[in-house]
Each structure stands twice: as C-alpha cells, then as structure tokens.
Design a protein around this ligand. Structure first.
Ligand code: ATP
Ligand code: MG
Length: 350
C-alpha cells in the first residue's frame, strides 16, 4: 500500500477512533502527514469512524455553500486514494446523522457561556475571518464537535494542536454528564498529530495560504511547486555549506522519499556545499511523484466509478446513525428523558 508508517504513538488500549474533516476542499500532503496516514494504519487495529463535518462549515461561512457537495466528493476520493477502506472505516456525513444535533442540545446546558468564550479557537476565528462578532453557531461549535466525538463513544481522537482545546471540552462534557446523570461516555484521549510545514517554509501547509501540494496535483504541478520551495536562504551558490535541519526541502525528503539512503547522501553533500539546490529539488519532486503516483491512479479509478462515493457515504452514515441512535438512547435513559419512548413514561405504541 502507499501509506507510510505513522510516527504517532499507538496505545494498545484504544478500541475506537473518531477523526474527520470539514469539507472545504480536496486534501493535501499536510492532511496526509497530520491525519490520513494514521487513519490508514489504525483502521487495521481499531474501529475507525471518519466524519465529514459538513454542518461545521456553516460556523464560519455563509456564502458558496453549493461548494460543500463537490468538496465532500473530493474528500472521499482522497480518502479512498490513500487507502482508507470503507469496509474497515466508517466514512459518514454529519448531516445524514441528525441525531447528533439532539445530543448537542443535551450537552448545551453542561457548558457555561464564559467556558465556551474561553476556547482559544473562537478568538482566532473571529480575528482570522475578520468577523464583527461570533455567531451562536461559532460559539457553540466545540459543543457540536463534542457531540460528534461522544456520539460514537470513541476513546481516541487524534487532533492537531489547534483542535486540542475542543477535545478538552469534550472530556469535560463527558465527565460532567457522567457525574450528573450516570456513566454513559468515555473520556477520549487526544494524541497530538504531527504537522507538515508549508512549501514556503513560513507556516504549516494550509490550503488558504496556498503553500501546499495537493494529493491530486499532477506530476508537472508537483515539479513546479517543488522548484519554488523555500530552502536555506543563505545559500546563494551551490558551494556554500547549507543547513538541513528545519529546511522544508529536507523535511519533505525525509517524509516522502522512499530512498532514505539518497536523502542521507544529499544531506551530507548539502552540509558540505557539494550539491546544488536544483539536484536536491529534482530528486524531491521525483520522490513525491513516486509517492503520489499510486494515490493518483487509485483516485482516478475510484472517480470513474459512478455512484461509488454516494454509496460509501450512505452505507457509512447508516452505520453511524445506528451507533448514534444507541448512544442517544443511553443518554436519554440516564437523564430520565424516556417519556413517549417506551420507558417508565407514557408509551405511544406497542
Ligand atoms: P484552511 O486553509 O481552509 O484552514 P487547511 O489546509 O489548513 O485548510 P484544514 O481543513 O484547516 O486544512 O485542516 C483540517 C485538519 O487537517 C487539521 O485540524 C489538521 O489535523 C490537519 N492538517 C491540516 N493541515 C495540516 C498540516 N500542514 N500538517 C498536519 N496536519 C494538517
Ligand atoms: Mg486550517
């Protein structure tokens, strides 16, 4: 398979993982390093849920919503292309599991307004998106994310540093719910995922910055992007000794080149000023293209199968929905909200 081994720590006690993406576009090498690689590896060992969080897109966007549908398709094709297997992972769409919104509402009384306002991503989003003020959706979005996580009762949620505060809230909600009503939810662990720097060497690889190589970029685009990559700026001639550590060209070499002897040789020569940037970059582009070739082939093959993405989403969402239904029943039962549901209260049907 195309996937390389993840560096992320794996705890043998984990049984179920939830991870996901907001469908804001196709995925890139940063997503591969940060999440896809670990999913492909863990799906072999534990129950894996992959959520496409379309409702979350509404927290920061109110225009171009018609792009969400095509973006969902791009995400699923990228998942399949890197080896996420719908027979091993449950790939599902948030809006096809409306039960999550009921759980969200059951959680809302457990979170105070100041607690929600203290979540660091809120201020960052308001600043980055230049909003006048946060909407109710943006304020309560980490509570909905907690419902996503606790709905499938996962015990592991690998996240980037930016999302860690949301899982902390999730753990608090689980704890408070269990203390108040009885034990229903696990407190999920949130191992931090690795971050890939952008091709500009200035920030993490990010779509909106444009410093990314997409999983679906064709070979010539990869070559062009690699040629333009930031490298050691002090090295204006090939005979000047260069710095390998922290150099994005070498970080990518280490991450994606399947020939690590070649990388070690290039690094040696680079430090001694005995290799030109052109050679280092040409070899990097070739390595990334070797890495992406099978991914692109698989993507193309899956994209040609009419109705495949829809089938996967429908089957996964049905499975997630069943799971969510059971969790919601357990939550309602613990809370004593069993009226009209065949519990201790009024029964509507036999
Ligand atoms: P945008 O520019 O719209 O924010 P993005 O390219 O940064 O898009 P996100 O949708 O913000 O992608 O990323 C979703 C998740 O993917 C992150 O929470 C993180 O787990 C992972 N991810 C994104 N970029 C990287 C990266 N460069 N390195 C590691 N993980 C990443
Ligand atoms: Mg981002």
């Amino acid at each position: 398979m195309t996937a390389q081994k993840s560096d992320a720590p794996v705890n043998p006690k984990w049984t179920r993982m939830l991870t996901g993406d907001r469908p804001t576009g196709a995925l890139h090498l940063g997503h591969y390093v940060g999440s896809l690689k670990m999913r492909v590896e863990l799906q072999e060992k534990i129950d894996t849920f992959v959520l496409i969080a379309d409702l979350h897109v509404l927290t920061t966007r109110n225009a171009n919503l018609d792009e969400i549908g095509p973006n969902i398709r791009e995400c699923v094709l990228d998942y399949l292309a890197v080896g996420i297997d719908p027979d091993k992972s449950t790939i599902y769409l948030q809006s096809l599991v409306p039960e999550v919104l009921e759980l969200f509402w059951l959680f809302m009384p457990l979170v105070s307004v100041p607690r929600a306002q203290r979540i660091p991503t809120l201020k960052e989003q308001v600043r980055d998106l230049k909003l006048e003020t946060a909407s109710m959706a943006l304020l309560s979005y980490p509570v909905l994310q907690s419902a996503d996580i606790l709905m499938v009762r996962g015990d592991v949620v690998p996240v980037g540093k930016d999302q860690a505060s949301h899982v902390e809230l999730t753990r608090e909600i689980a704890r408070r719910f269990n203390q108040t009503y009885g034990e229903v939810f696990p407190e999920p662990e949130a191992p931090l995922t690795p971050v890939l720097i952008g091709t500009d060497g200035q920030a993490k690889a990010s779509k909106s910055i444009g410093n990314v190589i997409m999983l679906s970029d064709p070979p010539d685009v990869v070559e062009k992007k690699v040629r333009a990559m930031f490298t050691d700026p002090k090295r204006i001639r090939a005979d000047i000794p260069g710095t390998v550590e922290g150099n994005p060209v070498f970080i990518y070499h280490e991450e994606f080149n399947d020939d690590q002897d070649e990388v070690a040789g290039l690094a040696d020569r680079y430090r001694q000023g005995k290799v030109g940037d052109v050679e280092v970059k040409t070899k990097l582009a070739a390595a990334i293209n070797r890495f992406l070739d099978p991914i692109r082939d698989r993507r193309e093959k899956f994209a040609a199968k009419k109705g495949l993405v829809e089938e996967i989403i429908e089957a996964g969402s049905a499975r997630a929905r069943e799971e969510c239904h059971q969790t919601l029943e357990a939550a309602r039962e613990a809370m004593g909200l069993t009226y009209f549901r065949g519990g201790d209260g009024v029964e509507v049907s036999k």
